[in-house]
Design a protein. Structure first.
Length: 100
């Protein structure tokens, strides 16, 4: 079975970039580690989209290792939609109105 395509909400891209910059300013190794963890998350999600925890509003949630962030995504018939790269302790559910 072919891997689904990935669609990423522009705000999720902005969130990932902001988190990367925050870590990289403090420690370049941590910035690289954050991006590696995010890349691994997306790869694992695409390999098995239904494996990860059901979350709010028809989404699923993948917790990043070593970082307090989650990848919030939806599975559709044609794609995996990355809705948010959300910090675990900030404004839960702020992303729920995001549309593709």
């Amino acid at each position: 079975m072919a891997r689904p395509r990935v669609e990423t909400h522009p705000d999720a891209i902005s969130e990932a970039r902001a988190a990367y910059l925050w870590y990289a300013e403090r420690n370049p190794t941590a910035g690289g580690g954050f991006m590696a963890a995010l890349d691994q998350a997306v790869s694992q999600i695409l390999e098995s989209p239904d494996r990860w925890t059901r979350h709010l509003h028809g989404t699923r949630k993948y917790l990043l290792r070593r970082f307090p962030y989650s990848v919030i995504y939806r599975v559709t018939a044609n794609a995996v939609q990355i809705v948010a790269v959300a910090h675990g302790r900030r404004r839960p559910g702020y992303w729920k109105r995001r549309q593709f």
